[in-house]
Design a protein around this ligand. Structure first.
Ligand SMILES: *[C@@H]1O[C@H](CO)[C@@H](O)[C@H](O)[C@H]1NC(C)=O
Ligand SMILES: *[C@@H]1O[C@H](CO)[C@@H](O)[C@H](O)[C@H]1NC(C)=O
Length: 627
C-alpha cells in the first residue's frame, strides 16, 4: 500500500473508496416454489411509473441492484457504513426473505441497504424528491452521509425532500437503515399475516424496501398530495395539498381523451367542489375513468378519477350497499397478495394483474385486500378493470396492544385512508379482522370508525370483519367456514346473528381445499405438514368444484331469502401451507371449472336482482323459485 505519503484525513476516504471487499454479486435464490414470472424479473424490476394518481414527467427509478449488510443490532445505527461497499448485492424492491431478493434471508431485523445515484444537472433549480413506495418497518434514510428522513410503518409511501442533500450532476450515496421486528422483540405493530413463526395461515415475513424507490424533480412550490373523489352527480371534491401550505391558486381540468370537459380554479390546501355535466359513471360493468390535470404555478401533475357514489340505503325493507344509488350484490375473494418468489412483492406488474384479470373473467366484482396494502398500480388496475376493493387495515399480532401501540395503530390507519382514498375502486375500509389486536374492553372500533368517516365520508366502514361485533360501522359481518351464513337469522360460534340495522355481509366463507403434487406446492416441510389444518380437503378437482357449487348455491339461497348483500370467498390463491385457492400458489394450476364458476357467480347476481320482484313473479310455471 502507498499510505505512507497520505495524510490522516485521506486515509479513511481511501479505505472507503477501494479497500473494502466488493459485495457478493446479485443472483436470485431458487424459492421453494417459482412462478411463470420469476425469470422475467431480471435486475430492473418494476420499471413502471409508480404513482398514477400524481404523475410528473421528470423522474428516474432507483429500483435495481443495491447492496445489503445485516446490521445485527440497533446500535449499528450510530455507526453508518458511509462510503463502504456492503456485503451482498440485493434486488430492490424485494422482501429480504424472498428468493428474488438474492438473499432469501431469515431474521433480518436490522439491515443496511445502499445504492448510488446521479441527479441530472438540469434539475439544478428544482426540488429533488426521493420517494419510497413502502419499507417494512422503519426506515432511516441517509443521503451523502447525512440523515435525511425517518419513516415508521411497513405499508405506506413516503417522500424525502432530498434537494439540500444531493450533488447535482454528480454521484450520490443513498444508505437506508431498516428495522423490522415483525412479531419478535415483543413488538405489537401492524404486520398482517407476516410472522417469524410460520404456521398454516401465518406466513413468511417481509423485511426491507419492498416497493419501488424513485426520484423526481418538482418546481420549488409543488403539489405534495391530491385528494380527489367524484360522484354520480358529476360533483368533483378536491384538496390539492401544496408544499408551502400557502393556499396558492390551482387549476383542475377534467379531460375526456384530448378534450377538456371541465376546468375549475380554486386555492390549494382548501377543500373545494365543482360539477361536470353528462359524465359516464364508473361501475364494475363500465369502469369509465377521466384524466385530470392539476396545475399549481409551474407544477403540473396528471391524475385520474371515476365518477361513482357508494352509499347505503333501505331497499324493500333491507339495508343495502348502494352503487350509484342502486343495490348490487358484491362478490369478491379474500386476496392475500403473497407470492412464492417475491413474498409481498409481486414478481412483475403482469403477474399482479393476472390474478385480478382471472377474478374479473370469472365474474367477481370485488376483492377484499386482506390485511395488506399493495402498491398504487394494483389499485389502478382495479380502477381500470372495474373491481371493487374492500381495503383491510393490516392487523396487529393476536394480542391486545398497550396504549402507545394502539395509538400507533390508529395513526397508521389514518395514513392508510389518506394514501388510498382517491381510488374509485375502493368501496369500504376494514379496521379489525377477527378480533386480531382488537381491544375488547373499550371497543376502540367506534372511535376509529368515526375518524375514518371524517377523513373519508365517501365510503362505507366495515369496523369489525368477523367475531367480536359490538354494533360499530356499516356492516353486520359473519365469518363462517365452509358454509355461508350471510345476512341470516342463524349463526354459530364467534359470529353474531344478522343485525337488520346494518348491511349483511359474509366477510369470509369457502376455504375448501384440495392438495396438489409437490410441483405446485410451497416446498417447505413445516408448511406441508399443516396442509391437513385446511377446513376441508377434497380428494379431486371434480369434488372441489362439486363442493364449490354446493356452497355457492347455499349463498344464492341466502341472497334470495335473507338479507345477504355481499360475500367474500376464501381465497384467490393458495398461500404456503394453505391449499384453498381458486388457483395454486404458483398460479400454474387453476382449480376452478371456469364455466361452472361463471354460471354460479352470475346466478348470485340474478338472485339479488330478483329481490326486486314479488314472490309471485319469482315462482316459475313449475312452482319452484327460479333465480
Ligand atoms: C388518459 O391519458 C392517457 C395518457 O395520456 C391516455 O392513454 C388515456 O387514453 C386517457 N384516458 C382517457 C379516458 O381520456
Ligand atoms: C399433500 O401433498 C404433499 C405432496 O404432494 C404430501 O407430501 C402431503 O403429505 C399431502 N398432505 C395431505 C394432508 O394430504
Amino acid at each position: 500500500m502507498c499510505s505512507a505519503s497520505l495524510g490522516r484525513a485521506v486515509l479513511p476516504l481511501l479505505a472507503l473508496a477501494g479497500l473494502t471487499a466488493a459485495a457478493t454479486p446479485y443472483a436470485p435464490q431458487p424459492p421453494p416454489l417459482s412462478t411463470d414470472w420469476t425469470e422475467d424479473v431480471g435486475t430492473h424490476p418494476w420499471p413502471e411509473y409508480p404513482r398514477p394518481q400524481l404523475q410528473r414527467s421528470q423522474w428516474q427509478t432507483l429500483n435495481g441492484v443495491w447492496e445489503y449488510r445485516n446490521a445485527e443490532s440497533a446500535a449499528a445505527l450510530a455507526v453508518p457504513p458511509f462510503g463502504e461497499s456492503l456485503d451482498t448485492e440485493v434486488l430492490v424492491p424485494s422482501c429480504l426473505e424472498s428468493g428474488l431478493s438474492g438473499l432469501q434471508a431469515q431474521n433480518t431485523i436490522y439491515s443496511w441497504l445502499s445504492t448510488h445515484f446521479s441527479v441530472p444537472d438540469d434539475w439544478q433549480d428544482q426540488r429533488v424528491l426521493l420517494n419510497f413506495g413502502a419499507v417494512d418497518y422503519e426506515a432511516t434514510v441517509f443521503i451523502n452521509g447525512e440523515r435525511a428522513a425517518f419513516n415508521r410503518g411497513g405499508y405506506f409511501e413516503f417522500t424525502v425532500d432530498a434537494t439540500d442533500f444531493v450533488n447535482f450532476g454528480d454521484d450520490n450515496e443513498l444508505l437506508v437503515f431498516v428495522y423490522d421486528p415483525t412479531d419478535g422483540e415483543d413488538a405489537v405493530i401492524p404486520i398482517g399475516k407476516q410472522t417469524l413463526n410460520q404456521r398454516h395461515i401465518f406466513y413468511t415475513p417481509c423485511s426491507g424496501i419492498w416497493q419501488s424507490v424513485w426520484l423526481e424533480s418538482a418546481p420549488k412550490e409543488y403539489i405534495t398530495k391530491l385528494d380527489l373523489t367524484a360522484d354520480m352527480n358529476g360533483e368533483v371534491t378536491v384538496i390539492v395539498h401544496s408544499a408551502s401550505g400557502n393556499g396558492d391558486s390551482v387549476e383542475v381540468k377534467v379531460e375526456n381523451g384530448d378534450e377538456t370537459i371541465a376546468s375549475h380554479t380554486a386555492n390549494a390546501d382548501e377543500h373545494f367542489t365543482f360539477t361536470v355535466d353528462d359524465v359516464k359513471l364508473w361501475s364494475p360493468d363500465s369502469p369509465n375513468l377521466y384524466n385530470i390535470t392539476v396545475t399549481l404555478g409551474d407544477d403540473e401533475i396528471r391524475s385520474y378519477t371515476g365518477f361513482r357514489t357508494i352509499s347505503k340505503g333501505t331497499v324493500d325493507g333491507i339495508v343495502r350497499p348502494l352503487v350509484n344509488g342502486e343495490f348490487r350484490f358484491l362478490f369478491g375473494t379474500l386476496d392475500q397478495g403473497f407470492w412464492p418468489d417475491g413474498i409481498y412483492t409481486p414478481p412483475t406488474r403482469e403477474a399482479m394483474v393476472y390474478d385480478l384479470q382471472l377474478l374479473k373473467d370469472l365474474g367477481f366484482n370485488m376483492v377484499r385486500k386482506h390485511i395488506k396494502v399493495e402498491n398504487a398500480l394494483f389499485y389502478r388496475a382495479c380502477d381500470e378493470l372495474g373491481l371493487f376493493v374492500i381495503q383491510d387495515m393490516p392487523s396487529l399480532p393476536l394480542v391486545e396492544p398497550n396504549a402507545d401501540q394502539q395509538a400507533e395503530f390508529a395513526r397508521q390507519l389514518e395514513v392508510l385512508v389518506n394514501q388510498l382514498k382517491s381510488h374509485p375502486s375502493i368501496m369500504s375500509w376494514v379496521i379489525y379482522n377477527e378480533g386480531w389486536g382488537q381491544i375488547l374492553s373499550t371497543n376502540p372500533e367506534f372511535d376509529l370508525t368515526d375518524r375514518i368517516r371524517e377523513l373519508d365520508p365517501t365510503r362505507l366502514v366495515n369496523s369489525v370483519t368477523g367475531w367480536y361485533d359490538h354494533g360499530a360501522g356499516d356492516y353486520s359481518d359473519n365469518h363462517h367456514y365452509a358454509n355461508p351464513q350471510c345476512g341470516t337469522p342463524f349463526y354459530s360460534s364467534l359470529s353474531s346473528p344478522y343485525d337488520p340495522e346494518r348491511i349483511g355481509i359474509q366477510g369470509e366463507f369457502g376455504g375448501i381445499g384440495h392438495n396438489v403434487s409437490i410441483e405446485n406446492l410451497w416446498n417447505v416441510q413445516a408448511a406441508i405438514d399443516t396442509i391437513d389444518e385446511t377446513y376441508e380437503l377434497d380428494a379431486t378437482l371434480e369434488v372441489w368444484n362439486y363442493r364449490s357449487r354446493t356452497l355457492l348455491t347455499e349463498l344464492r339461497d341466502q341472497i334470495s331469502r335473507f338479507a345477504c348483500s355481499a360475500a367474500i370467498w376464501t381465497q384467490t390463491t393458495d398461500v404456503e401451507g394453505e391449499v384453498n385457492g381458486l388457483m395454486t400458489y404458483d398460479r400454474r394450476l387453476k382449480r376452478v371449472d371456469e364455466q361452472q364458476w361463471k354460471d354460479d357467480i352470475e346466478s348470485l347476481y340474478r338472485a339479488a336482482r330478483g329481490r326486486g320482484e314479488t314472490p309471485d313473479e319469482r315462482v316459475s310455471d313449475r312452482g319452484v323459485l327460479r333465480y
